[in-house]
Ligand binder design. Structure first.
Ligand code: HEC
Length: 105
């Protein structure tokens, strides 16, 4: 994880990675389970698991998060959900994630 720290430190006036790239790093490795495992490669959403409950197939999905607002993103990361873990990210990190999610490259 050294590179994450290096990226965080480098993210300043003369940073050599873009906000988008920093956001992508955090998306894959946000000090916890990577968002990528439940929300797909670029936040488009994906099926996390399928299981049977009372003979019915239940599909568990990570929703599409490419169009969430900054406020929704911020609150989603710090609240408690049934499936999604709680994260401890700074505003700067959330801003980078937001850039990654809402932009194409
Ligand atoms: C273990 C799977 C999992 C991981 C890992 C995960 N999520 Fe989620 N996320 C979900 C699920 C499922 C939901 C829907 C709410 C629920 O049932 O937990 C959700 C909801 C959200 C929402 C709210 C969407 C809305 O429209 O209200 C946002 C934003 C979000 N996740 C962003 C992220 C980000 C960013 C990360 C990485 C830092 C992440 N999630 C990691 C499974 C996951």
């Amino acid at each position: 994880m050294w590179w994450l720290l290096a990226a965080a430190l480098a993210w300043g006036e003369d940073s050599f990675i873009t906000q988008y790239e920093y956001g992508q790093m955090l998306y894959e490795n946000p000090r916890g389970i990577g968002c990528v495992h439940c929300h797909g490669v670029h936040g488009e959403g994906k099926v996390i698991a399928r299981y049977k409950e009372d003979d019915k197939t239940v599909v568990l999905r990570g929703p599409d998060i490419r169009k969430v607002s900054f406020a929704t993103l911020k609150s989603a990361l710090s609240r408690r959900y049934r499936v999604m873990p709680t994260y401890f990210l700074t505003d700067k990190e959330i801003a980078a994630l937001y850039t990654f999610l809402t932009h194409e490259e």
